[in-house]
Ligand binder design. Structure first.
Ligand code: MN
Length: 262
């Protein structure tokens, strides 16, 4: 099996090494793992592509590249430059430092990389490690992802739905904020919503006296609805959320058409 790996935390991120190890196990001794990851952290860039300027790409070692771009850029670089058109059997993005559950999905470069791979007609999975008081200070906060990542991907390859549609399915996996030994299992989930948790801004004054704004995040441990990603993670389960890039509000189509006279 040929696997393309990317992330949004950058080529030197600890979570990327975790995912490379997972990918190597899944690919097997005869398989290939190719890494094309951002040269610098790209958290929060979502599905951005750098189509107004070129990106530098550097070969760092065998099957290992850093590109000066977003995760989606890295997928494009992998497919059409590094792999020279050879199609990967699977694209993995992560393992992100921090959860990409609930509304975080919309901002996530990790998910953006997987979404671009799905749009390119490839099987794709985004993986993220929730951080919390029970794993944040462990020697390896990625313990849950490292311990359960391979089995989770194998289960998706064996039992997951992999359709051929235009906006084909891809998967968003979040590992709970626990040591691997304390993980309770896996739940198939919907994307949650953290009520009253919004991004905002806070002003700071630079050393030269100029006023800048930092984006502030909302609380990450608010409960989301039962059956959703963050709720499952906070109960100790790995969440697996099937996703599509089609943003149409399918529930509104019928009622809206009725109002507009069909
Ligand atoms: Mn990130």
């Amino acid at each position: 099996m040929r696997i393309l790996v990317t992330n949004d935390d950058g080529i030197n991120a600890p979570g990327l090494a975790v995912l490379e190890a997972i990918a190597a196990e899944i690919a097997g001794p005869q398989g290939e793992v190719w890494v094309v990851a951002p040269a610098f952290e790209q958290s929060g860039v979502a599905h951005k592509i750098s189509y107004t300027h070129p990106m530098m790409i550097a070969r760092l070692g065998p099957r290992r590249y850093a590109a000066e771009g977003s995760p989606a850029d890295c997928v494009l670089a992998g497919l059409y430059d590094v792999l020279e058109g050879a199609r990967p059997d699977l694209v993995l993005s992560g393992v992100n430092r921090g959860n990409n559950a609930a509304e975080n999905v919309l901002y996530s470069g990790t998910v953006g990389g997987a979404m671009e791979a799905a749009l390119q007609g490839l099987r794709a999975v985004a993986l993220s490690q929730y951080y919390g008081p029970e794993n944040r200070d462990m020697p390896d906060p990625f313990d849950a992802a490292a311990g359960h990542g391979t089995a989770t991907i194998r289960a998706l390859l064996d039992q997951g739905l992999w359709d051929q549609g235009d906006y084909r399915l891809f998967y968003n996996v979040n590992f709970p904020p626990l040591p691997a030994a304390d993980v309770r299992g896996t739940r198939i989930t919907r994307q949650g919503y953290r009520k009253e948790s919004f991004f905002g801004v806070k002003p700071h004054i630079s050393p030269s006296g100029r006023r800048f704004l930092w984006i502030t995040g909302g609380p990450q441990h608010l409960p989301t609805a039962p059956g959703t990603d963050a709720a499952a993670n906070l109960e100790g389960y790995i969440s697996v959320t099937p996703m599509r890039a089609d943003l149409t509000a399918h529930d509104a189509l019928g009622p809206l058409a009725d109002r507009f006279g069909g």
